[in-house]
Design a protein around this ligand. Structure first.
Ligand code: UT7
Length: 367
C-alpha cells in the first residue's frame, strides 16, 4: 500500500490512542494501589469502641418458693448457696430472638443510637430459637438491618465476652465498622425441672452492646481460653450420647457437675484477672468494677477472697435474675449503670466462664 499523508495521520492517531490507553491503565493501577494503601492505613488505625448498651428481661418473675412446690428445696438453701432470690422466665411464645430485639430497642431508647448501618450481628447463645436458621439472622431481619452479616456464637456463659472480642477483630481488620453483639438466653426452656441442683439456678434475659470503629477505642485488653476435656461437666445434648468418652443424658436439657465447675471457675477466673490486669497495664486495685459471669454469688465471693479484690466493687445480676449465662454480664453492667455506680471513664474488668469449659474476658474503659 503506498504511503500517503492520510495513512500517516491514521497511524499517528492510533499511536496517540494506544499511549492514552496505557497512561489511563497505569494511572488506574496507581490509584488502585493508593486506595489499597489508604484502606490498609485505615484498618491499622481503626479501633473498637463500645458505645451503647441495652438489656431486656421477660415479665414473669419467679421466686424461690415456686420450686418448693415440686422439688425438695427451700428459699433459705437457694439464697445461702447461690445468692439467687428471683429469676425471670420467658413466656411460651417468647424466644431468644425476641429477647434480643427487645434489648436492641432498649439500647436505642436509652442511647439514641442509630442501628440502620450496623454491618454485623453476633448473637452469643446456647438456647437458640432453633439450630438453623441462626438467632442472629432472625434479629437481623426483625431489626431491618439490611447491610448486616449474621452469626451465632456458642460459648455458653463466656459468649458475650467472646462476641466483643470477635467484634473488635472485625473492626481492627477494617472489614466492618458497626457490630451489634448480644448475649441472650431462654434457659428456662432447657431446664430439667426434676434436678434440684440445677433447676433453681437458671433465668432468661438478654443484653446487647454496640461496638463501633473509632479513632480511639475503649477495649484495653482481652483474654480467652478453653478446657475441652471438661466438656462433660456442663452440657446439653440431644444427639451424641458421649462427651470425652463419658456417657451423657440426651434429653436436650442442661446438666451440670456443679462442684467441678465451681472449683474450675474460681481457679481459672482468679488467674485470668491477673492476666487481664497485666495486659491492660491497669493494676487490679485500680479497676473500678469487676463484673464476672453471675453463676453463683459464692463464686464471686470466692474470687474476691482469693484475689483480694473488694466485693463492694463487683457488679452482679445473680440475685435478681439468676444465672442467665451469656446475658449475665450485660445485665449486671446495666444494673450498675442504672444504680449510678458505673460512670464514664470507669475501668471495667469482665470475665465470662462456662460450658466447654471455656472462658473469655476483657478490660473496658466505659463511655
Ligand atoms: O454458669 C456456668 C457455670 N456454672 C457454674 O459456675 C456453677 C457452679 N456451681 C454452683 O454454683 C454450685 O455447685 C451449685 C449451686 C450448682 C450447687 O451448690 P453446692 O454448694 O456445690 O452444692 P452441692 O452440689 O455440693 O450439694 C450440697 C448439698 C447436697 O446434699 P448432701 O449430699 O450434702 O446431702 C445436695 O443434694 O445440697 C443438696 N442440694 C440441695 N438442697 C436443697 C442440691 N441442690 C439443692 C437444692 N435444695 N436446690
Amino acid at each position: 500500500m503506498p504511503f500517503s499523508k492520510a495513512n500517516a495521520k491514521v497511524l499517528l492517531a492510533g499511536r496517540i490512542f494506544q499511549t492514552g490507553v496505557q497512561i489511563l491503565w497505569k494511572t488506574g493501577k496507581i490509584l488502585n494501589r493508593l486506595l489499597f494503601l489508604c484502606a490498609n492505613e485505615q484498618s491499622t488505625t481503626m479501633q473498637a469502641k463500645i458505645t451503647a448498651l441495652g438489656t431486656y428481661v421477660p415479665e414473669r418473675i419467679v421466686d424461690n418458693h415456686y420450686f418448693e412446690t415440686f422439688i425438695d428445696t427451700n428459699d433459705e438453701w437457694i439464697v445461702s448457696r447461690t445468692g439467687i432470690r428471683t429469676r425471670r422466665y420467658a413466656a411460651e411464645h417468647e424466644y431468644t430472638s425476641h429477647l434480643c430485639v427487645a434489648a436492641a430497642k432498649n439500647m436505642v431508647e436509652e442511647n439514641l443510637v442509630v442501628l440502620d448501618d450496623v454491618d454485623f450481628v453476633l448473637v452469643a447463645t446456647v438456647t437458640p430459637d432453633q439450630t438453623m436458621p441462626s438467632v442472629a439472622t432472625q434479629v437481623q431481619d426483625k431489626l431491618g438491618l439490611t447491610h448486616a452479616g449474621a452469626l451465632d456464637i456458642s460459648a455458653a456463659c463466656a459468649g458475650f465476652a467472646y462476641g466483643i472480642i470477635l467484634a473488635q477483630g472485625l473492626i481492627a481488620a477494617g472489614t466492618h465498622r458497626k457490630v451489634l453483639v448480644f448475649g441472650a438466653e431462654t434457659l428456662s426452656k432447657f431446664t430439667n425441672f426434676e434436678d434440684r441442683t440445677s433447676c433453681i439456678l437458671f433465668g432468661d434475659g438478654a443484653g446487647a452492646v454496640l461496638v463501633e470503629a473509632a479513632a480511639e477505642g475503649n477495649i484495653r485488653a482481652v483474654v480467652s481460653g478453653s478446657q475441652g476435656d471438661s466438656g462433660k461437666d456442663l452440657y446439653m445434648s440431644n444427639l451424641r450420647k458421649q462427651i470425652n468418652g463419658v456417657d451423657i443424658i440426651t434429653d436436650n436439657k442442661i446438666h451440670q457437675n456443679g462442684r467441678a465447675v465451681f472449683k474450675w471457675a474460681v481457679n481459672t477466673v482468679s488467674s485470668q484477672m491477673s492476666v487481664l490486669a497485666e495486659r491492660s497495664g491497669i493494676a487490679l486495685e485500680d479497676m473500678d468494677w469487676f463484673i464476672p459471669h453471675s453463676a453463683n454469688m459464692r463464686i464471686i465471693e470466692a474470687l474476691c477472697t482469693q484475689t483480694g479484690f473488694p466485693i463492694e466493687k463487683t457488679l452482679e445480676s445473680i440475685s435478681l435474675y439468676g444465672n442467665t449465662s451469656s446475658a449475665s454480664i450485660p445485665l449486671a453492667l446495666h444494673r450498675g449503670i442504672r444504680e449510678g455506680k458505673v460512670k464514664k471513664g470507669d475501668r471495667l474488668l469482665l470475665i465470662g466462664f462456662g460450658g466447654g469449659l471455656v472462658y473469655a474476658g476483657l478490660v473496658v474503659e466505659w463511655g
